[in-house]
Design a protein around this ligand. Structure first.
Ligand SMILES: [Zn+2]
Length: 166
């Protein structure tokens, strides 16, 4: 079985957004109030905001892919400090809750592997995600919202941890 983890925004970056009120491109971070249970996905805890929760909206330089396929993304963050998602081998709640996601696979040179790309409801992401992660060409997978195209989470393969047993 391919082991994987959904990678949240770094705590240092999330706290910088909260503390400075500025995003990765020096835009003022906007504060909005969540109005429904699935439309405000936090990129740190990778959970959806509850209606009524204050959220921050800013532009995030999520790193890879670099080069030709690089792009920043609008993201929501809880306005309050929240814990980072750390659970392995679990599809993060914000991926599963999204009505339509785009699975995008990239190779070690940060080029898009179009044949592994897939658009489906978040509830049906497991098969295309595992297919992308199981392909030896894949270096990492980014999952975006399919309609606006915002990054939800990077997904990385986990290397096997050494066994304690002989
Ligand atoms: Zn959060």
């Amino acid at each position: 079985m391919t082991r994987y983890r959904c990678v949240p925004i770094g705590t240092d970056i999330a706290e910088r957004f909260r503390r400075s009120g500025r995003d990765d491109f020096d835009n003022p971070v906007r504060t909005v109030t969540a109005t429904d249970a699935s439309g405000f996905p936090c990129r740190q805890c990778l959970c959806c905001a509850d209606p009524g929760e204050p959220m921050l909206l800013g532009s995030y330089d999520f790193g890879r892919p670099r080069g030709i396929y690089w792009a920043p993304s609008p993201i929501f963050l809880h306005a309050r400090s929240c814990g980072s998602f750390v659970t392995a081998d679990v599809v993060a709640p914000i991926l599963r809750a999204n009505t339509l996601v785009s699975v995008r696979s990239y190779d070690a040179a940060d080029l898009c592997l179009y044949d592994l790309g897939h658009v489906c409801p978040g509830a049906e992401i497991d098969a295309p995600l595992l297919r992308a992660l199981g392909d030896p060409r894949t270096a990492f997978v980014n999952v975006h919202t399919a309609r606006p195209g915002c990054l939800l989470s990077r997904v990385e393969r986990m290397t096997a941890s050494p066994s304690a047993a002989p």
